[in-house]
Each structure stands twice: as structure tokens, then as C-alpha cells.
Design a protein around this ligand. Structure first.
Ligand SMILES: NC(=O)c1ccc[n+]([C@@H]2O[C@H](COP(=O)([O-])OP(=O)(O)OC[C@H]3O[C@@H](n4cnc5c(N)ncnc54)[C@H](O)[C@@H]3O)[C@@H](O)[C@H]2O)c1
Length: 389
């Protein structure tokens, strides 16, 4: 199907109408922001187990024609081509597997299964249905400053890698009066805790660059042991608040340390995603703390070691109406990521630009790292990770 602009329309269903479901619907509503794309998502159906959660969609997203409270009904809707699914982690395996088996393309939220076994079920369903495009949500690599780093890595600009550090830090949990929610419960969020919530964001680029940890030593912390339950009582806050993973990366020609951190309690940090790469020929740093700035230090033997800090222009993977002098933000990254997903659904491996959303095999690899990290915390040891199978 096409629309007035001759764009190929992908009819989407959204399952899970909470924080992220709304963020995606808002991105679809401003698709005109993008220029030069020949595809467009149209949200035709939404589903939430709590029907009240769909009300915002019917009130604000004019393309929504049907609402469901049982996701299985949305999956039998013949007018849904693809699904964006944003539900608690304990539901990922069942719902993602059913979406794949229904023959719908899937952009699913991380961590792609509450644990490794759940992730394995999703991978297995995908093996049985290779005809559907399945990708894992991870939007930060679409910031223009991060795209610049991706380009530098692909061009081999860093020389020999000395060290890599990447992280995703939040701080609202520093407040002990913040009430409990599903993200602090093992049954719904999983044993991984902050790693399951934030870790795919941190691992997406290292895995894309082929920097798979050969081993991991994890330091996991629980800082706030209980939280208000909204009924006047206190309940245990069960999941890990912070995680620091010291990884050892071995490539064919080099070996370097990589420190990955996911923190819910990093004082002063609200949604700070960062990557720092030090190399013998260049170093570079990017953080969403200063979203338009990228720092780089090119180095030639005997030369000066001077950091260059540049305000990156708004130059995104998919071009937009926004002038290069303006700033890029979180909702822009969601729009760009969704464009990459739609591009792949429509054009397969002939996408308009080369950077794809995180793949199921990258999500699978992230589970190996988190599972090894839990074992490291339990045993106090450094856990080797096998990448053979
Ligand atoms: N990419 C990102 O930056 C980002 C940010 C936050 C959360 N997330 C991920 O998004 C997912 C959802 O998180 P959220 O913050 O939107 O949560 P949320 O609690 O705001 O929303 C989840 C929604 O799912 C609904 N739901 C629960 N069971 C359901 C079922 N059986 N069928 C249909 N709907 C059901 C809930 O009623 C709720 O409305 C998680 O996987 C989380 O890790 C991603």
C-alpha cells in the first residue's frame, strides 16, 4: 500500500501502550520530519492488557482503527504487517514468539527475553520464520555524534585499541521515596536487574564492532533495599541497581580491556549514555550528557595530544527537515531507529543507509554477557564466555 506521497505504508500494531508505546506513536505522528524516505509506518491497531492505557492512542493517533486487550487478537488482524512491542520483560518470550509465528515483522524492546532461556525461545522461533524482520530496540547509536564514531571505527581510524569504556547511567533511583514498580521486581524485570534494562544499549556498539568479551568480572550492587509500595508500606527492591563489568576483549590481532557499566543510581545522571574509545592513532568520546558534542584526539607519533571538541551538526542517518545548526535529541533517535527498521522491512539488505537496528543475534550475545556477569557476582570469579556456537 502507498499514500499520497507514494511512500510504502507499513501497517503497525503496538503491543504495550506505556512509556515506550507512546514514544513510538509520537514518532509515527511526525514522520513528515524525515525527507527522502519512501516508507512510512501507520499505527492501525494498539493493544494493552489495561484497556485504559489505549485511550491516549485513540485520542491522539488518528490512524488507530482498532484497540485490543488481548495481544492474540491483534496478531490475527490481517491488516497488521508489523508490531512494535514494549511490555515487561517476563512477557517478551511468549509475546515475541507469537508475533514471529503470526508472520509479523517485529521491533521488540530489549532485553529480548527476561533471561537466556527466554531469549533462546525467541531465537528459535526466528530460525523457524526467517521471512520476518526482527530487530531489537536500541536508539542511542542513531545520535549524529555516535554515527560519527561508528564511521571512524569502520574506517579503522583508532589504530590499535588501548581501552574502551561504555555505559548507560540513570539517577532517579537515588531517591529512596520513589515507589516500587515492575522494573525493580525479579519476577517481571528478571535477575539481570539494571543489566537487562540498560545493558543492550551499552553492548549494541561493542557487539556491532565485533568487540565480544572473552571474559567478564562483574561487580553488582544493590543500594536501596526497599521502596514504598504506594499503599503506605515498604517492599523489597529486588533487582541489581548498578553493574560494572570488566571485560577482556581478544581479537585476532589485538587484546584490550572494556569496562561496561549500567547504573540506576549514578548521582546527577539522567539518561546518560556514553562511549569512550582510546586508540594509538585516535581517541574519541561521546556522551548524551552533551548531546551535540563529540571529542576526538587524533595522534601521530611525536605529535601533540590535543582534544578537539566539536558541536556536531544535526546530520542523521536519515535526513530530516531540521537544519544542521540545531540539536538532536532522544525523540529524534527513536524516529531514526524506527526509520532504519522500516527501511529494512521494505528494502531488505538494500537499505537507504547501512546502519541497521540491533539484531536478534546481538541481543543473544548480550544475554551471554549478562548471564556470565551474574555467575561472576555469585562466584566472585572471572567468567570466560564461549562464542563458538
Ligand atoms: N528503548 C528504550 O529507551 C526503552 C526505555 C524504557 C523502556 N524500554 C523497554 O520497553 C519495554 C516496556 O517498558 P515501558 O517503560 O514502556 O513499560 P510501561 O510499564 O510504561 O509499559 C508497559 C505496558 O505493557 C502493558 N502490558 C502488560 N502486560 C501486557 C500484555 N499481556 N499485553 C499487552 N500489554 C501488556 C502494561 O499495561 C503497560 O501499559 C521494556 O522491555 C523496557 O525494557 C525501552
Amino acid at each position: 500500500m502507498t499514500n499520497a506521497t507514494n511512500n510504502k505504508i507499513i501497517r503497525f500494531g503496538v503491543i504495550g501502550c506505556g512509556l515506550m508505546g507512546k514514544e513510538f506513536a509520537s514518532a509515527a505522528s511526525r514522520w513528515c520530519h524525515l525527507t527522502g524516505v519512501d516508507f512510512e509506518p501507520k499505527i492501525v491497531a494498539v493493544c494493552d492488557a489495561m484497556p485504559a492505557a489505549t485511550e491516549w492512542f485513540t485520542a491522539n493517533v488518528s490512524s488507530v482503527q482498532r484497540t485490543y486487550s488481548d495481544y492474540k487478537d491483534l496478531l490475527t488482524d490481517p491488516e497488521v504487517d508489523a508490531v512494535y512491542c514494549a511490555v515487561p520483560h517476563n512477557l517478551h518470550a511468549q509475546i515475541y514468539v507469537d508475533i514471529i509465528r503470526a508472520g509479523k515483522h517485529l521491533l521488540g524492546e530489549k532485553p529480548f527475553g527476561i533471561d537466556q532461556e527466554a531469549n533462546r525461545l525467541i531465537s528459535q522461533a526466528l530460525q523457524e520464520h526467517p521471512e520476518v524482520i526482527v530487530r531489537c530496540s536500541s536508539e542511542f547509536p542513531f545520535y549524529p555524534g555516535v554515527q560519527q564514531i561508528v564511521q571512524w571505527v569502520n574506517e579503522g581510524k583508532f589504530g590499535r585499541i588501548i581501552e574502551v569504556e561504555a555505559g548507560f547511567w540513570h539517577s532517579s533511583d537515588l531517591d529512596p521515596t520513589k515507589p516500587i514498580n515492575w522494573k525493580r521486581r525479579i519476577a517481571m524485570n528478571g535477575e539481570y536487574g539494571c543489566m537487562g534494562d540498560l545493558g543492550m544499549h551499552v553492548l549494541h556498539l561493542p557487539l556491532r564492532f565485533g568487540w565480544k568479551p572473552n571474559s567478564v568480572r562483574a561487580l553488582l550492587s544493590k543500594i536501596v533495599p526497599e521502596r514504598p509500595d504506594n499503599q503506605g508500606g515498604m517492599v523489597p527492591c529486588e533487582t541489581w541497581d548498578n553493574a560494572i563489568l570488566a571485560c577482556d576483549v581478544k581479537l585476532a590481532d589485538q587484546k584490550f580491556p572494556m569496562v561496561l557499566s549500567t547504573k540506576r543510581i549514578a548521582p546527577g545522571h539522567a539518561n546518560t549514555w556514553f562511549i569512550r574509545i582510546q586508540g594509538t592513532a585516535m581517541s574519541a568520546e561521546y556522551s548524551t550528557k552533551n548531546p551535540k558534542q563529540i571529542a576526538s584526539l587524533p595522534y601521530a607519533p611525536g605529535g601533540q595530544q590535543a582534544w578537539h571538541v566539536l558541536d556536531t551538526p544535526y546530520k542523521s542517518a536519515y535526513s530530516t527537515i531540521t537544519g544542521g545548526i540545531f540539536e538532536f535529541g532522544f525523540s529524534d533517535s527513536i524516529l531514526q531507529m524506527w526509520a532504519a527498521f522500516c527501511d529494512e522491512v521494505v528494502h531488505g539488505n538494500q537499505m537507504q543507509q547501512a546502519f541497521t537496528c540491533a539484531t536478534p543475534s546481538e541481543a543473544e550475545d548480550s544475554h551471554r554477557v549478562f548471564t556470565a556477569a551474574l555467575e561472576s557476582e555469585r562466584t566472585g570469579g572471572t567468567i570466560p564466555i564461549s562464542w563458538r556456537d
